[in-house]
Design a protein around this ligand. Structure first.
Ligand code: C2O
Ligand code: CU
Ligand code: CU
Length: 471
């Protein structure tokens, strides 16, 4: 088993010229060095043993986003770690290889704590992944690179600003791996990027722009690991908490070339299937100076440099991984969820607005059963990245999708390439009806309670969350 001690505390970093920036972080010693929010690595089947020491001024947790764990290890708001105390998360990794992440999840303060920095990534490997990496010839940390993307609102004193109770906290600066205006020297060969959107509320539309045009990419994986086969894409939407695994070939570029990783402009908030006026968030009210949602943003610069040694050949196999096709859910019981808002701007799932003190589970699911969850968004809404704890799922169908999403369809069920993998977070666009298939098999006993919520953290904190019990 792998032991790690993490201290939740506030540290200062020189992120911008001038004043240092205070980041709330999980500080831990990895390979003899103390790191803030270290990139963690584990192998499928391995046991992780993390102790958390809370030296913040308020309760926190570590939630292992995407991992299939028991309730206590899941680290949701049901198990806050009080100031000056600790917790132990000891669990076996049962998930497929992929990029997962960890973040604070104390109820009603998740948005604030994550915005201030309490988040990191966890890479899980398995045999299939190691075989693929061998054939790609792309080494982790060299040409296989994690990119944690978040926007922050940075004030005149270089401090991260946050206001509890605000809506859709979007920022004025984009950080990639905690770095403003990052750049990466790349050689003319293949690269693999594992992107995670760890922003509170912003949806990104990433594309690698060269000479005004998007470079073609291969989508090879999503939240829960590899797809069966790669899909060519030019850009994609990455909602809060979602991850993608992509391959990109710079071989045709000459040293000196510049590529920019951008978030392209989008208007996909609008759904033309209905006459209703689509809800447009007015972020500027709460966030003077913030870059409006859907604006084009530059996130990272890639500078092509001459290789110092011969570039190893990359072979992208026809079959990337064993992955069951999307299940045929005929006859499965269907549970219905409606995403909605009210006059006061509170967000609901059905008629539920979550309160931690209620503590009763909203509904129960029988362990070992399979269910379809049908999630429906109103036309007059905004996209909601909906996340399930405890279980990964498959997207089964999308209907009434807005034009930008319809244009990405590759199956008769309305799915795009990003819907063909294993997921823990799915974006439900305005007007859409999305069905997901969940297999509630798990090796735990007794009652295990989990959350199902919007990963726009301001929506989550204001109650766009339900708790369910697996019994
Ligand atoms: Cu990434 Cu309930 O969280
Ligand atoms: Cu989660
Ligand atoms: Cu939401």
């Amino acid at each position: 088993s792998k032991a790690l001690h993490l201290v939740a505390r506030v540290d200062s970093f020189a992120l911008f010229p001038g004043e240092p920036t205070a980041l709330w972080c999980y500080a831990g010693e990895v390979d003899g060095r103390t790191l803030a929010n270290p990139v963690l690595r584990a192998v499928h089947g391995e046991t992780i043993d993390v102790t958390l020491d809370n030296r913040l001024q308020e309760a926190t947790t570590i939630h292992w986003h995407g991992l299939s764990l028991d309730e206590a290890s899941d680290g949701s708001g049901l198990h806050p770690v009080a100031v000056g105390t600790g917790a132990r998360y000891r669990f076996r990794i049962r998930n497929r290889a992929g990029l997962y992440w960890y973040h604070a999840h104390p109820h009603s303060r998740t948005g604030m704590q994550v915005q201030h920095g309490l988040a990191g990534v966890l890479l899980v490997d398995d045999e299939e992944e190691l075989a693929l990496r061998e054939s790609l010839g792309l080494r982790w940390g060299e040409r296989d690179i994690p990119l944690m993307i978040a926007d922050k609102q940075i004030d005149q004193n270089n401090a991260i600003a946050y206001k509890l109770d605000a809506d859709d906290w979007i920022g004025n600066r984009v950080l990639v791996n905690w770095t403003p205006e990052p750049y990466l020297d790349v050689v003319p060969g293949w690269y693999r990027f594992r992107m995670a959107n760890v922003a509170n509320a912003r949806m990104f539309r990433p594309a690698f722009i060269y000479d005004g045009q998007p470079l073609p990419m291969q989508l090879i994986g999503t939240d829960g690991g590899l797809l069966a086969q790669s899909w060519p894409i030019d850009d994609f939407f990455l909602g809060p908490a979602q991850r993608v695994d992509i391959l990109l070939d710079f071989s045709a570029l000459v040293p000196g070339a510049r590529v920019t990783l951008c978030s392209l402009e989008y208007v996909a908030m609008e759904n033309d299937n209905d006459d209703t006026v689509t809800f447009q968030p007015d972020p500027m009210a709460d966030h003077p100076g913030a870059e409006p949602m859907g604006n084009r943003l530059d996130m990272m610069e890639l500078r092509v440099v001459p290789p110092v040694q011969p570039i190893q050949k990359t072979h992208v196999p026809q079959q990337l991984a064993r992955l069951d096709p999307t299940p045929d859910t005929t006859g499965w019981p269907v549970r219905h969820f409606r995403l909605r808002t009210d006059q006061d701007g509170r967000w609901f799932i059905n008629d539920w607005n979550f309160h931690i003190n209620g503590h009763e589970s909203v509904f129960a699911v029988k362990r070992g059963t399979r269910e379809v969850w049908e999630i429906r968004n109103y036309m007059t809404s905004m996209p909601h990245p909906i996340h399930l704890h405890g279980f990964q799922f498959r997207v089964v169908s999308r209907s009434i999708s807005p034009p930008d999403i319809r244009a990405r369809m590759v199956t008769a069920e309305g799915l795009g390439p990003q819907d063909l993998g294993v997921a823990d977070t799915v974006v439900i666009w305005p007007g859409e009806i999305v069905r997901i298939a969940i297999d509630f098999a798990q090796p735990f006993t007794g009652t295990q309670r989990y959350m199902f919520h919007c990963h726009n953290l301001e929506h989550e904190d204001k109650g766009m969350m339900v708790m369910f019990a697996v019994t």
